[in-house]
Design a protein around this ligand. Structure first.
Ligand code: C2E
Ligand code: MG
Ligand code: MG
Ligand code: MG
Length: 280
């Protein structure tokens, strides 16, 4: 249609010309400044063994303490960071902060040794600098690599399987764990699961929330748990909100649960209080 109106009236598809584009561009600039200014925060959510209720790990989840808009969840800025490439800086900050926190907990007599899981974006996984960044962070803080788990999505694995496989092999070589996040929502085939050196499948919240009310979701979760065990990896259920869901997961042999039933993601001090309070 643009062409029909002649050369003078070519439609402009520059996304920055729209209001939303201007907003995104402004937010991107603010995020770049915010990262440099130390405005990112980590919250932590416990992972609980379903058999005995014991704490086995925490997931580190990034937030942005925006000077005007308050504490922003990742849904407000992660996609933007990924599309612009700023996720490299963001991801490096998260890794450094999570490893530092894990090392502090390892020295803390009140805290059991917990694995800390860190989310990787697809871009980070294929970044040749990743292995060096992880190695340096572990060394700097003296963290036992067995206490670090990196979470990757099926999409990140499928996009560039050869590069992903090489990166995962190198990371496994350091002694850290690998989890597949949001399992069931992507397109990873069963062959990929055998091909990639994975330790944990995290079953997506969208299936867990239907446990007990949707026969289809229950069947999917059961199948994911069996699949995880068939390839010798741990099954983790995300988004456990009710006791009925927890009981159903335990009955089907799911190893670990994570969700609001146990705790929302909280800052490091609150997580420590949660751990100490639970022991009492
Ligand atoms: P995710 O890795 O699947 O993390 C789990 C998300 O589910 C978290 O949202 C958590 O707060 C939420 N959640 C946990 N339990 C429940 C529950 O019982 N009910 C409900 N409704 N939600 C629950 P959050 O913190 O907003 O993070 C969203 C996503 O942002 C993450 O999903 C992850 O994909 C991404 N993300 C978070 N931190 C980072 C990071 O440091 N780097 C990268 N690349 N991505 C991150
Ligand atoms: Mg300790
Ligand atoms: Mg995750
Ligand atoms: Mg997830």
């Amino acid at each position: 249609r643009a062409k029909a109106r002649g050369r003078q009236r070519v439609e402009v598809h520059d996304p920055t010309r729209t209001d939303a584009g201007v907003d995104r561009l402004r937010l991107l600039g603010e995020l770049r400044r915010g990262i440099a200014a130390g405005e990112l925060r980590l919250h932590h959510q416990p992972l609980v063994r379903l058999a005995d209720g014991g704490l086995c790990g925490v997931e580190a989840l990034v937030r942005w303490q925006h000077p005007v808009r308050g504490l922003l969840p990742p849904s407000e800025f992660i996609e933007l960071a990924e599309r612009s490439g700023l996720v490299r800086e963001l991801g490096a900050w998260v890794l450094e902060a999570a490893v530092e926190q894990a090392a502090a907990w390892a020295r803390d007599a009140e805290m059991p040794d917990v694995e800390v899981s860190v989310n990787l974006s697809a871009r980070q996984l294929t970044d040749p600098a990743l292995v060096g960044t992880v190695t340096a962070a572990l060394a700097r803080h003296g963290l036992d690599p067995r206490l670090l788990v990196l979470e990757v999505t099926e999409t990140a694995l499928v996009n560039d399987p050869d590069v992903a496989a090489a990166a995962l092999a190198a990371l496994k070589g350091l002694g850290i764990g690998i989890a597949v996040d949001d399992f069931g929502t992507g397109y990873a085939s069963l062959t990929y699961l055998q091909q990639f050196p994975v330790d944990e499948l995290k079953i997506d919240r969208s299936f867990v929330s239907g446990l007990g009310t949707s026969d289809g979701d229950s069947a999917i979760v059961t199948t994911c748990v069996q699949l995880a065990h068939a390839v010798g990896v741990r099954a983790v259920a995300e988004g456990v909100e009710t006791q009925a869901q927890r009981d159903a997961l335990r009955d089907m042999g799911c190893d670990v649960g994570q969700g609001y039933l146990f705790s929302r993601p909280v800052d490091a001090d609150a997580l420590r209080e949660w751990v100490v309070g639970r022991r009492a």
